[in-house]
Design a protein around this ligand. Structure first.
Ligand SMILES: C[S@@+](CC[C@H](N)C(=O)[O-])C[C@H]1O[C@@H](n2cnc3c(N)ncnc32)[C@H](O)[C@@H]1O
Length: 246
């Protein structure tokens, strides 16, 4: 059994070009595929893409090493928006506004998006992008640390997109659940951590150990929460989709 697991691990890893770099990844960090690279390329090649303006923002993000959601996550978001037709969206982790703009493009016209960012260099760029898109009235950018902002927020959101510091997801969860409407969707990105999530904590680099254990804890909480139905999917860098039971 042990050997079978070991072989399986080797088999899985064989397809993972460790450290394979993609344009547009965070400075100094490689993006590693968690699925077969050829399969991902094939799936991406079928994608019908976004509007020219979104493509422009995405390529600006890539040029300046700002991390944005990957193609398959973009497609998943478009699907969720078509299914859910949310009237209110909350995003934790705006960066320069690419995913907020994508959601505003594909959500119903009367949907309002609130997004949170704490990196002061990215905030003016996001604001400028919202202005260029003529979406300032549909997107509200809240500046500051998400833990403080989430604590102060009230109201209810039909879709919450968690895409900020991975080690803080568990910390944000109680407020996020308080803000999620019944039947609402919580989408969380980068939950499989470039494949590190399946490794022993001793096999991941020391600086990633805290994030590794917190992300495992987050996945456990999502899967075992009595008010949530959650699926973990190997899409992009791993996502979870949770629906709050009504
Ligand atoms: C992966 S990027 C978001 C990408 C964006 N959702 C997109 O696809 O266009 C994560 C962002 O979350 C921000 N962030 C991380 N931790 C945060 C926190 N505690 N409060 C607010 N923003 C945070 C980072 O500065 C970064 O810009």
């Amino acid at each position: 059994m042990k050997n079978r697991l070991k072989n399986q691990r080797f088999f899985n890893r064989k397809f993972v070009p460790c450290g394979y770099k993609f344009a547009g990844c965070e400075k100094g960090m490689g993006i590693t595929m968690i699925t077969d690279e050829r399969m991902s390329t094939f799936i991406d090649s079928l994608d019908t893409g976004n509007t020219p303006f979104l493509n422009e923002i995405e390529s600006e993000a890539k040029k300046t090493n700002v991390p944005v959601i990957r193609t398959q996550v973009q497609s998943l978001i478009r699907l969720l928006l078509a299914m859910q037709k949310p009237k209110s969206i909350l995003e934790v982790g705006c960066a320069i506004g690419f995913s907020a703009l994508l959601m505003s493009e594909y959500a119903p016209a009367d949907c309002h998006i609130t997004t949170i960012e704490n990196y002061e260099k990215r905030i003016p760029v996001a604001r400028e992008n919202f202005r260029r898109a003529g979406r300032e009235d549909r997107i509200t950018l809240l500046e500051g640390d998400a833990s403080d902002i989430l604590r102060e927020l009230d109201g209810s959101y039909d879709l919450i997109f968690m895409d900020a510091a991975k080690g803080q997801y568990t910390h944000f969860l109680p407020d996020v659940l308080r803000l999620l409407s019944p039947g609402g969707i919580l989408l969380s990105d980068n939950v499989l951590q470039d494949g590190d999530i399946i490794e022993s904590r001793f096999a991941v680099t020391r600086r990633n150990r805290t994030i590794h254990s917190r992300m495992r804890e987050y996945l456990y909480e999502l899967k075992h929460h009595p008010e949530l139905e959650t699926v973990i999917l190997p899409v992009g860098d791993g996502v979870t989709i949770s629906v709050r039971r009504t």
